[in-house]
Design a protein around this ligand. Structure first.
Ligand SMILES: [Ca+2]
Ligand SMILES: [Ca+2]
Length: 155
């Protein structure tokens, strides 16, 4: 099936699916997690409570390189270099649970998880940016059921 891309007028082609057929992915983000110049995908399954990385094979298909059971329902995710080491990291927000920063330790195949936020409310959206202009990226979260806020990087 082909649909027209309204921005360029060029057709969209059907792409092969990514991840398991039966899934409950509520949050996804893209970033170059293995530093090969191609954007990779992070898919967070709310029901299975998992965070998975799928690396871009360069031919329109993806291969899973990482899977972590979180024990909490992920609801928002973004990718960015939170610790300034040049490797893209993963920031996950959950439903009424403390969030996770997954520091990329091995080209998208291994991560070190540390907590962020107070675990209140539902995290609907996450942004990464240097809000206080100290040279370190901070985490901004939009939440429901709790105040939204900024979590400053205290490097
Ligand atoms: Ca890549
Ligand atoms: Ca990093």
């Amino acid at each position: 099936m082909t649909e027209l891309n309204s921005w360029s007028g060029r057709p969209f082609g059907a792409a092969p699916p990514v991840g398991p057929e039966e899934s409950f992915v509520h949050a996804a983000s893209a970033g170059d997690l293995n530093a090969d110049g191609l954007p990779d995908l992070v898919l967070c399954d709310q029901q299975k409570k998992t965070v998975a990385v799928f690396v871009n094979k360069g031919d329109g298909t993806f291969r899973r390189s990482f899977l972590q059971e979180t024990g909490r329902a992920p609801y928002a995710v973004t990718v960015g270099d939170v610790n300034g080491d040049g490797r893209q990291d993963i920031v996950v927000g959950y439903l009424s649970a403390v969030g996770s920063v997954f520091f990329n330790t091995s080209n998208g195949t291994a991560f070190r998880e540390i907590p962020w936020n107070d675990g209140k409310g539902e995290v609907y959206e996450i942004g990464i940016g240097d809000v206080d202009q100290d040279g370190w990226p901070d985490i901004v979260a939009a939440r429901s059921g709790a105040a939204s806020g900024i979590w400053f990087n205290m490097k």
